[in-house]
Design a protein around this ligand. Structure first.
Ligand SMILES: [Zn+2]
Length: 261
């Protein structure tokens, strides 16, 4: 596999990961497992992968809210062409991990639990883990660590809940963070392409500058309750959706793909 990647691709990947912060794990093991966005076309298109399974592995006490998994399914159905359907597979597990999580911890422990390779036959497998414990970088609610894997830190999500009259509630935050992290697996924003529209936040690379987009940078932040009061965005905005449509049609060039038509 590794031989297929040219030096320039590796350089681009290094440049991309160097510019990311917060909710991206950034180390050098991306080549085999891909970068977040590396399976964007595999999800958007039905040319090879006609179904999608979202594996959710959670530790006792950290099962996601039903509203979160239902919302995720709805959002993915809106953008990924999967005629054989999108299925959510919930499994309680024990990651046997003590203390804080680094991005490589997330990657290693997630891959230990994957029921199938992400690209198996005509099915694409994406995975979210909900471990106990917190991420090593303070105030990070979720991370996307490679082309098929995200983690949501429930303890931090609960801590991020706003004051009583100024909700968002932890459930609403979890809804948005889960969709946000899968948005990174879809390559948003500018992870594996360059948008024709200037909607990437200058100070938070890989994120939207629109506070009405679920890809808004603050969605990943533990300060979210202080930054956004009232209704949190839980949907992609028109710029995000146009980027996805452009990648699918080929109008927007897509890089670092583990699968292309
Ligand atoms: Zn993010």
């Amino acid at each position: 596999m590794a031989g297929k990647y040219s030096i320039s691709v590796l350089l681009v990947m290094l440049l991309v990961s160097a510019g990311l912060s917060g909710c991206f794990g950034n180390d050098s093991t991306y080549v085999e497992k891909g970068i977040p966005g590396g399976l964007t076309l595999a999800c958007l298109s039905d040319a090879k992968y006609t179904s999608l399974v979202v594996e959710i592995d959670y530790e006792a006490g950290y099962m996601p809210e039903q509203s979160s998994t239902e919302l995720l399914k709805t959002r993915l159905e809106q953008v990924c062409n999967k005629p054989q359907g999108i299925e959510i597979l919930l499994t309680e597990t024990n990651f046997e991990h003590e203390g804080q999580w680094s991005s490589s911890d997330v990657r290693d422990k997630s891959w230990d639990k994957k029921s199938e390779d992400p690209q198996t036959g005509s099915t694409l497998y994406w995975q979210a883990i909900f471990p106990s414990g917190q991420y090593a970088n303070d105030g990070v609610l979720g991370v996307a660590v490679d082309a098929s894997t995200v983690a949501i830190f429930g303890e931090s999500v609960d801590d991020a809940e706003g004051p009583i009259f100024n909700r968002p509630s932890s459930e609403e935050i979890e809804n948005s963070v889960l969709v946000h992290e899968f948005g990174h697996l879809l390559g948003l924003v500018n992870l594996v392409y360059q948008s024709p529209v200037d909607h990437e936040d200058e100070e938070h690379k890989g994120h939207s500058n629109n506070e009405d987009s679920v890809m808004y940078w603050a969605i990943e932040s533990a300060n979210i309750g202080n930054i956004i009061t009232g209704q949190l965005p839980d949907d992609f905005d028109s710029d995000d959706l146009n980027d996805l449509a452009g990648m699918l049609s080929g109008e927007i060039e897509t890089d670092n793909q583990l699968w292309t038509n």
